[in-house]
Each structure stands twice: as C-alpha cells, then as structure tokens.
Design a protein around this ligand. Structure first.
Ligand code: UDP
Length: 461
C-alpha cells in the first residue's frame, strides 16, 4: 500500500497540448492520485472534440477538463504559423484558464496548486495573479533545460560555434550535432527558440521546479543545475505497472491523440525473443520521401521482423511501391499508432529504432530496450548523445553530406544492436538503468521522496 501523505488537496495540471507533453503529465497525475491528491488535467477543447471526450470526465482517477486555446476546430494545424499559434494560445488560453480557476474556486473543488509545463509560461502568471501555488514541471531531460537556462542567462552565446564544443558543468562536451537545434540554429526556429529560452523568464515566481528524470540518470546535471535553480526529479513518469508488475495495468487510462491499433501485441507474441525491430519516430517527426525509402529498404534488407509506426500525417511520405515491397517481404507490420509501452515490454522486441523523443528514450531505458537513434530536432540530438555516450544504451546513426541517413548506415547500426557484442553490452546497461528507474520510483526512492515533498508543500498552501 502507498503511504498517504495528503488529505484532499487539488492540483491542476496544465500540459503543453501535444502527445509528448501530455503523457508525462498524465502519468504524474496518476501517481499523485495514488497518494490521495485530487488531480484535474486541463487540456484544449480541440483535444476533447477530436477524442470525443466529455467535460469533467474521468480517466481512471484523473479528472479531465478542457479550455479554449483559440483553436477549437483544428488545433495547431489551424494556425497560420508557429508564432500565431503560440501568441493566440497565450491570449485566449490565459483568459480561459483564469475563468476556469475562478469557477472552481467558487465550488468546493478549489485549486491548491497549478502544475504547468514551462513551455506555457503564462499559466504560472495566471496562477500567481490568483494567489495560487505554482510548480513548473519540465517534461524534457534536465540537461536540455540546463542548456536553455544557460542561453537565457547569456552564459551560452547562440548560435553556438560549429567547431567548438559546448562545455557546461554536469554535461558531457557537446558538439554542434549534439546540441538542441533551437540553440545551434536559432534563426531557423525563431518561435521555438523564444519558447524554450523564455521558460526561465518567470521561473523565480514558481514555488517548485520538477523534472521528468531520475537522480541517478542525471546526477551530475541535477547537482550542477540545483546550485542555481533547484530542481526535484520526480520521474520517470512511466506507468507504475511497467516498472512493477504487481501493480494493475491501467492501459485504458491513456490519452492517445491518434487512433490506437493494438493488433501488434498479438503479432509480437508469435515472434521469437529479440527478433523484432520496433520503429517509431513519435508524434511529430516527418521524414522526406527519400529518407523514408532509405529506412524502408534498410529494414527489409536486415532480414529481421519489424513493427513500424507511421502516423496518419506521415503515411504520404512512404511510396505505394515501398509499401508493397514491405508487404511482400512478409516480415514487416506498419501501424498508425500502437500501445508503445506494451510493445517495448514484449520480449520479442530486440531494439528500438527511435527519434529519441524524451518519453520514448525514458520508456526504452525503463524497459531495458537498447536503441538505434535517428534524432531530428528539439531535445532529440542531446538525448541521443546521452543514450550513446553517457548511458551507453544505444548507437546514433550518421547522416551523409546531404543530411540523409543511408540504408547501409541504418542496416549496419541495427546489426550492431541486434547481433553484435556491443549490442549485448547495451542491453546489459539498459537493464541496469531499468533497475535504477524502479528504485527511484518505489517507496523511499529519490523520485518517490521528491513527490512526497511536493505533496507536503501542498499541505502548507
Ligand atoms: N507513443 C505511443 N504509441 C506510438 C508511438 C508513440 O503510445 O505508436 C507514445 C510514446 O510511448 C511516448 C509518446 O507517444 O510516450 C511520444 O513522446 P516522445 O517524447 O517520445 O516523442 P514526441 O511525440 O514528443 O516527438
């Protein structure tokens, strides 16, 4: 039984409205609920409409509610540009949030604390204006946030040099290709650059800073960052069941923004142990047709079974001809969206060919699956650097001079992980990280302790 450290405090979680940011907040919410806290997660009307969810519905123990971000009909796709999306979301979102909190306060379900993703910094301003406790929850790894902290405070000049590696206390030396593209090429991503750097502009007003990582995974970074900006690691926010099989699997209590296909689970059950390459590049990465062709050829040529997630928005980039070749080879299964954690938990999976989104990286680490990394943007290159050189649980592919990762390179990296001694060592290392992740979240572990600290702070509010 979990120790109950709270009465009935009410936390409002406000994620950035995308799959990779909603997932960790939802899992954190569930963990708080298991400790006796009431949690409402607030996302957008667009999400509720596209998923046919009712206002004030329940997802397991977590209450769901929705507000307008100004894009009720089409979400992000409705906006003319990233800049327009972000500024309208702030304008409409802060007004709707203020009204929502005021309405809650007039009922007996008043909110005690707002936990927000610092990508939506205005949420903290609203919380403080209404006299509430506010906690930032960084859903990306600590190291990446510490890089953005350096940029915000002018300690790291951007754009960074393409020839001089970056040296930041607690981090390995980062070469140009390892840094988040928002800082290596800010002019290419002006709106996202501002978004990630501005996270720190009002952070001094937050009562606590939480991060989706665990202490032993990033101890040196956490220690270095905490000297100037104290953070509490509360991750990994991988569902409890996957870390401890005695906890019931609440697989239905997830928010999939894409239509889920569970058929791969029975497909995997028929495959021998470690014979399948699981391929997924998350909810946002979109490769060119050329890159998709190189990936498809390589997967066919390896001779292994493969399960490849290609979300709707991306299918047009895989030619009909390649689709037929995959079908003809008889070893590949392509799906729109799948229960990734269940896939990664299956013994048939031998490696994860991934874009190294932070959730996917943590999930692979926590389930002991070695990775073949093809990072694209945002935090992914830095995550891949740690995967390869710090945690030694994967290998990163190399691009050619035109920015394409060729089929031979893909094939050879997959073979290293699936067949070679180095791959066996990666699997052993991954198992070590899995054990440390479990230790962090079980009673008395560092993350469990920090979650209890957070709840104690709620009691004071
Ligand atoms: N995911 C899933 N099914 C899929 C592909 C991905 O449930 O078929 C989940 C995955 O488990 C992870 C999230 O979607 O929790 C993707 O987050 P990540 O940070 O890895 O990438 P992003 O989508 O933000 O680029």
């Amino acid at each position: 039984m979990e120790e109950k450290v709270s009465g009935c405090k009410h936390v409002l979680m406000v994620p950035y409205p995308s799959q990779g940011h909603i997932n960790p907040m939802l899992q954190f919410s569930k963990r708080l609920c298991s400790k006796g806290v009431r949690v409402t997660m607030l996302t957008t009307i667009f999400i509720s409409n596209s998923m046919h969810l009712q206002s004030s519905s329940l997802l397991g123990s977590v209450h769901l509610d929705f507000i307008s971000d100004g894009y009720d009909e089409g979400g992000f796709a409705e906006a003319a540009s990233v800049e327009t999306y972000l500024s309208r979301m702030e304008e409409v979102g802060s007004k709707s949030l203020r009204e929502f909190i005021k309405k809650q306060s007039s009922s007996d379900e008043g909110i005690d604390c707002v936990v927000y993703d610092p990508l939506v910094i205005w949420v903290l301003d609203v919380a403080k204006e209404l006299g509430l406790m506010g906690a930032a929850f960084f859903t990306q790894m600590c190291a990446v946030n510490y890089i953005y902290y350096h940029v915000y405070h002018g300690l790291l000049k951007v754009p960074i040099s393409s020839s001089l590696p970056i040296s930041i206390e607690g981090l390995p030396l980062l070469h140009f290709k390892d840094a988040p593209p928002f800082v290596s090429d800010p002019a290419f991503y002006p709106a996202y650059f501002e978004l990630v750097v501005k996270q720190f502009s009002n952070i001094h007003k937050a009562d606590l800073l939480l991060v989706n990582s665990f202490y032993k995974l990033e101890d040196q970074v956490v220690d270095a960052m905490s000297k100037v900006c104290p953070v509490l690691t509360i991750g990994p926010t991988v569902p409890s069941f996957h870390l401890d099989k005695t906890i019931p699997n609440d697989r239905d209590n997830v928010l999939n923004l894409f239509e889920l296909d569970s058929s791969p689970i029975s497909w995997l059950k028929q495959k021998p142990a470690q014979s399948v390459i699981y391929v997924s590049f998350g909810s946002m990465v979109c490769f060119s047709s050329h890159q998709m062709e190189e990936i498809a050829f390589a997967l066919i040529q390896t001779g292994f079974n493969f399960l490849w997630v290609i979300p709707d928005f991306h299918t047009k980039n895989l030619s009909e001809e390649m689709g037929k070749k995959i079908e003809a080879c008889g070893r590949g299964l392509i799906v729109n969206w799948t229960p990734q954690l269940e896939v990664l938990s299956n013994d048939a999976v031998g490696c994860f060919f991934t874009h190294c989104g932070w959730n996917s990286t943590l999930e692979a680490l926590c389930l002991g699956v070695p990775m073949v990394a093809l990072p694209q943007w945002t935090d992914q290159p830095t995550n891949a650097k740690f995967v390869e050189d710090v945690w030694k649980v994967g290998i990163r592919m190399k691009e050619d001079e035109n920015g394409i990762v060729r089929r031979d390179e893909i094939q050879s990296c997959i073979r290293v992980v699936m067949e070679k001694e180095l791959g066996r060592e990666m699997r052993i290392n991954a198992k070590k990280w899995k054990d440390l992740a479990v230790e962090a979240v079980t009673q008395g572990g560092t993350s469990d302790h920090n979650i209890n600290e957070f709840i104690k702070n709620l009691k004071k509010s």
